[in-house]
Design a protein around this ligand. Structure first.
Ligand code: HEM
Length: 174
């Protein structure tokens, strides 16, 4: 009897999910929309940077970047999260960004994650390690908390970052 009741519940739950993911409910928002679009994502990215730059594990990588390079990375990361969260972006993609150094507009093609991360050398003489990815995620999480991103959405964004782990961690550390 208990098993029967469980089966009915699961069928109903499955039906509800299918309805909302087919657009049956007009107020079902994508994670992208719930994050506040590209502007909301960019705010989370911006607010993660102080943490990334001062983190004892990975700070050195970010402190070494020029202001122009940092802006380009922020735009690329925003586009990547926009694409993965169901927004109207693709990734990798070509961006136009305004340099904070000279105010000039530049175009840049954001690279796939392996190309952007393999082969870096940190102070320990090694590339990005697993705990560096943990630190990166912790900074983004801290920023999402600061910006009042709901818990389930935080988990969704952290899962997006997690899905890049294998490409980001240096092959020498595997
Ligand atoms: C785990 C998820 C991560 C994601 C989704 C991510 C995402 C990105 C993106 C979108 C870019 C820009 C790519 C480009 O310029 O073409 C980038 C560049 C970069 N990332 Fe990550 N990243 C992650 C982890 C890390 C970690 C753990 C570090 C630690 C050091 C790191 C350090 C850097 C640096 C230094 C650059 C600039 C590389 C360059 O300009 O050559 N990233 N990342």
């Amino acid at each position: 009897m208990k098993k029967h009741a469980l089966l009915i519940f699961m069928t109903v739950a499955g039906g509800t999910f299918l309805l909302s993911s087919c657009g049956g409910s007009s107020n079902a928002q994508t994670p992208f929309e719930r994050l506040g679009g590209e502007q909301g994502i960019r705010k989370v990215v911006d607010d993660a940077v102080p943490c990334l730059a001062t983190d004892p594990n990975i700070g050195i990588f970010f402190r070494g970047l020029s202001a122009d390079s940092l802006e380009r990375i922020k735009v690329c990361l925003t586009k990547q999260l926009c694409a993965a969260a169901g927004g109207p972006c693709t990734f990798p993609t070509t961006i136009t960004y305004t340099s904070p150094v000279d105010g000039q507009q530049r175009t840049y093609t954001c690279r796939p994650m392996r190309a952007a991360h393999q082969g870096m050398v940190g102070p320990d003489g090694k590339g990005i390690a697993n705990d560096d990815v943990d630190s990166f995620k912790a900074c983004v999480q801290q920023s999402m908390q600061k910006n009042g991103v709901p818990q389930d959405l935080q988990t969704a964004v952290l899962n997006i970052l997690e899905s890049q782990r294998n490409d980001v961690v240096d092959d020498r550390n595997k």
